[in-house]
Write a protein that binds this ligand. Structure first.
Ligand code: SF4
Length: 229
């Protein structure tokens, strides 16, 4: 799967040269509360507003793990910048319908992980991801390594997932508007995939997805191949 290659290299460019720490995926994951917990304002250590999204590839990405670019949870304050990007290596699925369904299923996982004392609020129409962390979770030693390991374990319940790297970015020198733009582009790509899998209209001149199809290698070919099969 090459559809997200430009977004992956764009993201890597944004964090290149920043100080980062790598934590191999471990079973020291944070406890899953089983459902989204409400962290009340009075119990909150801090709240962050940012972006969270997935990027998919069938290229090797190395070992599973969590990469922290910037400060970890114990050092953050209210309104620190924040982004979570999950880089996910999938089996090279030759059936496009199956590949598309797998991407959609895996994107859904972010609504189904519930780290204790770490309230995640997302917006299904955008990739906004806001988190509220409780004072108790900070006291109990919550870290991105543990939260990320929990998320990785959820992704890996899907047998098509071969490896995952979850990046948590809080470095103040990163250009977060560029990460937001990458998330928007990746959403356009997924929407275009929805269209090419389902829609038999092949008139590129009137199609609202022409710009994204011109940009993403293989998208047009996929639509035409799908339509004749
Ligand atoms: S191939 Fe043409 S019709 Fe199909 S999605 Fe792309 S621009 Fe639209």
């Amino acid at each position: 799967m090459k559809f997200f290659d430009k977004q992956i290299s764009g993201f890597k460019n944004e964090i290149s040269g920043k100080q980062e720490s790598f934590f191999p995926f471990s079973e020291k994951k944070w406890e899953d509360a089983g459902r989204n917990e409400i962290v009340m304002q009075r119990d909150t250590a801090f709240e962050l507003q940012g972006t969270g999204f997935e990027l998919f590839t069938s290229e090797r990405i190395g070992d599973d793990g969590v990469v922290v670019v910037g400060e970890d949870l114990k050092d953050l304050k209210d309104k620190s910048p924040f982004a979570r990007v999950s880089l996910i290596e999938l089996d090279d699925i030759s059936d496009e319908q199956q590949a598309h369904d797998t991407v959609r299923k895996i994107e859904y996982i972010k609504y189904h992980y519930f780290p204790k004392g770490y309230m995640v609020r997302t917006n299904s129409l955008s990739f906004a991801e806001n988190i509220r962390v409780s004072k108790k979770a900070i006291k109990d030693g919550i870290s991105f390594e543990k939260v990320g390991s929990l998320l990785i374990s959820k992704y890996k319940e899907n047998p098509a997932v071969k490896a995952v790297k979850v990046f948590f970015v809080t470095d103040k020198t990163v250009d977060y508007s560029k990460i937001l733009a990458l998330s928007e582009k990746s959403r356009e790509i997924t929407e275009a995939l929805d269209h090419v899998i389902r829609d038999l209209n092949l008139d590129c001149n009137t199609c609202k997805l022409k710009a994204i199809c011109d940009e993403v290698e293989g998208m047009k070919e996929l639509h035409f191949k799908n339509a004749v099969n």
